[in-house]
Structures are given as C-alpha cells and as structure tokens.
Write a protein that binds this ligand. Structure first.
Ligand SMILES: NC(=O)c1ccc[n+]([C@@H]2O[C@H](COP(=O)([O-])OP(=O)(O)OC[C@H]3O[C@@H](n4cnc5c(N)ncnc54)[C@H](O)[C@@H]3O)[C@@H](O)[C@H]2O)c1
Length: 362
C-alpha cells in the first residue's frame, strides 16, 4: 500500500501544537493537530511544512520530525519541490483560498483545509472550481463530521425510531467563523446534507464590524435555517455551549457537553386530547474517537479507491454559505435571504496577529 507524502501549511496551534492545550481533556482523544494526525496515520508520512514564522516552524519541525530542509517559508517552493499527495491548510481563513487553489493547481490530490472554509463566498466558489477541475478532494476540519459520537446521533435520527426529524437546535457561545463553522457543519451532516432554502440571521455586535463589504471581525451570530426537506435549524447564542438537539415527531435526542452525555426522550404515553408525551429513555453509549485521524483516514481511503470523502468540497461550501447567509440576512435588517446567496463578495478581513502556540504541555 502506498504511503502518502503529507505536509502542513500553517504550523501554529491547529497545524501542530493544539494537543498540548487539551491533554487529558475528557472527550478529545488525541491526535488533534494535523501534524499529530499525519504521524499517527499508518498511511501518511509528514515530510514537509510551511509557515511565515520560521521560529514556529523550527519548533514544529522538532516536535514532528520535519528536518530543516523540509521547512519552507514559501509554500509555493515546497509544493514545487516535495511531490506532495496530501496538504493541510491550517492557516486562518483569510489566506486559505489562495493556498488551496495553488496546492491543487500544483498537483496535490487531497487537501485537509481548516475551517472556516474561506473568507468570502466568491473565494469558496473558486476553491470548489479549482478542486474539482484538478480532480482533487478536500475535507474541511469541521471535526464533528468524523466524530463517532455524532455518527451515533445521526444513526438514531436516521433510523426513524424517534419519528421524522423536524428541528435541530444548536446551543453555542462562540463566533461565526471560528465556532459557528463547526456547529453549522454538524447541522448539515445531521440533516444528511440537504440544501438550505433560506436563512434569517442576527449578529448582536454586527453593524460596527462592517466597513462596506469588509467584515473586520469574526462576529457572533444566531438565526434560523430552513432546509428544503422541511427541517428547520435554530442557532442560538446561549450559556449552554456546544450542545445539540434533534427534535423529531416522536422524540428528541440531545448531545450534552458536546456529546459527553446524552438525553433521549420518546413519545411513550399520551396525555390531554391523546397527544404524545415525551419521557426519558435510555441514552446511547458512545465512545469518542480522534476525529482528526478519522478525517485523514477518510482522505486516504478516497485516494486509494477514488470514492468521494465523507466531507468534500461542496459540503464545505454549503457550511460557508450558511455563515454568509446569517451575515447577509443581518445586513438586510434580519430579512429572510434565499440560498445560494446572490451577493458573494462580502469578505472577512481581520487585522490580527497569529497566536503563540503552546510548544509544551504544562
Ligand atoms: N478544528 C479545530 O478544532 C480547530 C481548533 C483550533 C483552530 N482551528 C482552525 O485552524 C486554523 C488555524 O488556527 P490557529 O489558532 O492554529 O491559527 P494561528 O493564527 O495561530 O496560526 C496560523 C498560522 O498560519 C501561518 N500562515 C499564515 N499565512 C501563511 C502562508 N501564506 N504560508 C504559510 N503559513 C502561513 C501563520 O504564520 C501562523 O503561524 C483557523 O482557521 C482555526 O479556525 C480549528
């Protein structure tokens, strides 16, 4: 079996060091960073890396065994020299489209792109075009799509044992590109990637964050998403963080503390006027897995077989479209906006320095 040559562009927290932030954390089995994932995967070899910060890259090389001659401050030079099969793009979203497009144009066949996919819808479109026209594949780092606990939640929804899926609720506190990208992708996955028809959004701190079509900070957002299959999602900003609920016609399933525990309720009696009453039922038993490793193995499987990956570039764009749907709805005074969006040029442009990764665990 072929060993695929892998590299990481963007060697900071998610690229290489985030494991040091979560060691011992319940529900986050390692490996977590891209580099640790490539090392753990028996079918990939991490041979090169690229970052604009050579000091960070040197530490990355020490930790993950990439020698100095495999470290590049210019990712284009790396692509030209290294004959890579799989490349991670673990930068912030602003430079992502340009880098991904260059990777697949230079012959890279599989991309592991961090979320959020892109800083604008126009850039997401260009990424879809570049990936598909070059015969490449892309998985977005929305980890819950490869998390066995949410596979179980989806299995229970799909089995019909709780009736028809009607509503999905996201309880969250974070910002849209950083955290919302995860939550919105999970909503898409739990609803079997049915397309959304329209979105209504509200950005509590929104208006001052816009300078024309430039969004100057990652905003918080809440809203409603209507899917073409009749399912409605509610995205709420609440003190409950990373909890998800599916309300079906005959019961509910709720992921508590991001899937560390579960609540299931079933219609098991009738009350006033013969209406169903929901009662607590046995919750599923789930075991967390390394979703990073699972995502990489999914890319390897696709490279081996030619089958599509579980995520793919179009699911990535669908999540990006929900992000921008909430944004455009807010800009239109909370109006319902139809998807796909007509306006695709609003762009996230932040003036922020990269973070200092944690080189060692405490
Ligand atoms: N999936 C997850 O659970 C998870 C967790 C944390 C972060 N993330 C995502 O990972 C991404 C990176 O986050 P972070 O906190 O590691 O970011 P960061 O800002 O700390 O680091 C980004 C790195 O990219 C490098 N970079 C920027 N442009 C580059 C270029 N042209 N060539 C080479 N390197 C370049 C920077 O020098 C920096 O070291 C973000 O999109 C974030 O949302 C995902």
């Amino acid at each position: 079996m072929k060993t695929y040559r892998a590299a990481v562009i963007g060697c900071s927290r998610m690229g290489g060091f985030i494991d040091n932030e979560v060691i011992g954390a319940q529900g986050i089995p390692l490996p977590y960073s891209h580099a640790a994932g490539f090392t753990a995967c028996g079918r990939t070899e991490l041979v090169a890396c690229s970052d604009l910060r050579s000091d960070v890259m040197a530490e990355f090389g020490r930790l993950h065994g990439v020698p100095a001659q495999g470290q590049y401050t210019d990712y284009r030079e790396m692509l030209a020299k290294e004959g890579l099969d799989i490349v991670s793009v673990a930068t912030q979203p602003e430079p992502r489209a340009e880098i991904v497009i260059e990777c697949v144009g230079q012959g890279v066949k599989a991309v592991y792109a961090e979320k959020a996919m892109a800083a604008s819808m126009a850039e997401a479109d260009a990424m879809v075009e570049a990936v598909e026209s070059n015969g490449a594949i892309l998985n977005l780092g929305t980890n819950r799509r490869w998390d066995a606990r949410y596979d179980r939640m989806k299995e229970i929804i799909d089995s019909g044992e709780l009736g028809e899926l009607e509503h999905l609720i996201v309880y969250q506190v974070g910002t849209l590109f950083n955290s919302g990208s995860h939550h919105l992708d999970l909503v898409l996955r739990l609803n079997s990637d049915h397309p959304a028809a329209w979105v209504q959004g509200h950005l509590p701190e929104g208006d001052p964050l816009f300078a024309g079509d430039v969004l100057t900070e990652d905003p918080r957002a809440e809203g409603i998403i209507q899917f073409v299959n009749g399912v409605t999602a509610h995205v709420m900003l609440t003190a409950r963080r990373s909890e998800y609920e599916a309300i079906c016609s005959k019961g509910t399933i709720t992921a508590i503390h991001d899937g560390l525990s579960w609540q299931v309720r079933r219609a098991s009696s009738t009350g006033l006027r013969g209406r169903d009453q929901f009662h607590d039922a046995t919750p599923p038993e789930t075991t967390p897995n390394s979703s990073t490793l699972c995502l990489i193995e999914d890319l390897v499987h696709s490279l081996d077989t030619g089958e599509p990956p579980r995520g793919g570039v179009r699911a990535a764009r669908a999540g990006n479209e929900l992000i921008f749907g909430l944004i455009e709805s807010h800009r239109a005074g909370g109006a319902r906006v139809s998807l796909p969006l007509e306006k695709r040029t609003t762009r996230l442009v932040r003036n922020r320095a990269p973070r200092q990764p944690k080189y060692r665990p405490d």
